[in-house]
Design a protein around this ligand. Structure first.
Ligand code: SF4
Length: 329
């Protein structure tokens, strides 16, 4: 079996104070692994906040062939501690680490000998191919052919460049059934309806804001789930988890104007009563679009304004003007 672990963040970090949201990235990877007939469990220590010796007990109980750890720069410390604990508990278990941190600095992640593989970029396909390789499934490909994987080879780190998933609709819904959904914060600021859940329906960004590393994971090419697929996942959330609201977490929800309009049209046509919120840029909305979004239940938009100073916006390479910000509001 494959055990996916989301490490805890340091309690005094800003992330330690933020909302407890389900680890969607790990849930996407879990769903892809399940679709490929692997048995998968998720242990979300961001939620449970257990010390590493307790996680070691979880690993001993599950006796996994593979442990996958979701890693960002904030939880990196515990990620490495968990990897060491896993190898102490199960020396033959292979460890793959994916997420923003290994996507940006795979060499430094692989400097820890306990970590066998770093997954760069979108994790679904790479994790499945890697799991097939590790478990020696007949259809497995060679390690050097698995895109998005970095590994040690003799004294060097070899990196197979990641490939983007062009058609996101091929991905199954995130494996929320492996999470204790009722233990997460299912109330979203500025949405009245509860419970409210998160979805991520757009990947990639063609902009170049200096402070942002989104492209390292999702690439420059923006891709989105189809409106039909988004509606199906909303229905799934409503039917299985009683969701009444959704926050479309992620960058630039409105980047494909036609798709956003179609999504709004479908929501109304299907009579789906949903309150929702999204993130986007001030230059990716128009009056026409905003009116349709409001009619379809959009209650809140989080705009990445960043600054009211033209000089700072310029330095950030944000690519928007104060006039565009005022116009959007
Ligand atoms: S528009 Fe948003 S996602 Fe894109 S580079 Fe700027 S901050 Fe990052």
């Amino acid at each position: 079996m494959i055990l996916l672990i989301n490490p805890a963040v340091p309690p005094d970090s800003p992330w330690g104070l933020s909302k407890l949201l389900p680890p969607l990235g790990l849930a996407y990877v879990a769903a892809a692994l399940e679709q490929a007939d692997f048995q998968v469990e998720i242990f979300d220590n961001y939620l449970h906040k257990k010390p590493v010796d307790k996680i070691k007990e979880v690993v001993e109980r599950h006796d996994p062939e593979i442990v996958g750890i979701g890693c960002n720069s904030v939880n990196y410390g515990q990620c490495v501690e968990i990897a060491k604990a896993v190898k102490e508990a199960e020396p033959s278990c292979k460890i793959m680490v994916g997420g923003p941190h290994p996507s940006c600095v795979p060499e430094s992640v692989l400097a820890h000998k306990e970590i066998d593989y770093a997954v760069m970029g979108e994790g679904e396909r790479a994790a499945v191919e890697l799991a097939k390789y590790i478990t020696k499934r007949t259809e497995a490909t060679k390690l050097s052919n698995i895109l998005g994987v970095a590994y040690r080879y003799r004294r060097e780190v070899r990196k197979n460049p990641p490939a983007l998933i062009d058609d996101l609709d091929e991905l199954p819904f995130p494996a929320r059934h492996l999470l204790q959904m009722d233990r997460y914060d299912r109330n979203i600021e500025y949405l009245d309806e509860k419970p409210a859940d998160v979805m991520n329906v757009v990947r990639g960004c063609p902009y170049n804001c200096r402070f942002c590393e989104t492209k390292k994971i999702w690439g420059y090419k923006c891709r989105a789930f189809s409106p039909e697929r988004i509606i199906n996942e909303i229905r799934h959330l409503m039917d299985n988890y009683g969701s009444k609201g959704v926050y479309f977490i992620g960058d630039n929800f409105t980047i494909f104007k036609d798709k956003t309009l179609e999504f709004c049209r479908l929501l109304k046509a299907r009579g789906i009563e949903l309150e929702w919120a999204c993130d986007t840029r001030v230059d990716l909305v128009s009056k026409e679009l905003l009116k349709e979004m409001k009619k379809a239940g959009c209650k809140t938009i989080w705009f990445g304004v960043e600054s009211g100073s033209p000089r700072i916006l310029e330095k950030l390479n944000k690519g928007v003007t104060i006039e565009q910000i005022k116009e959007a509001f």
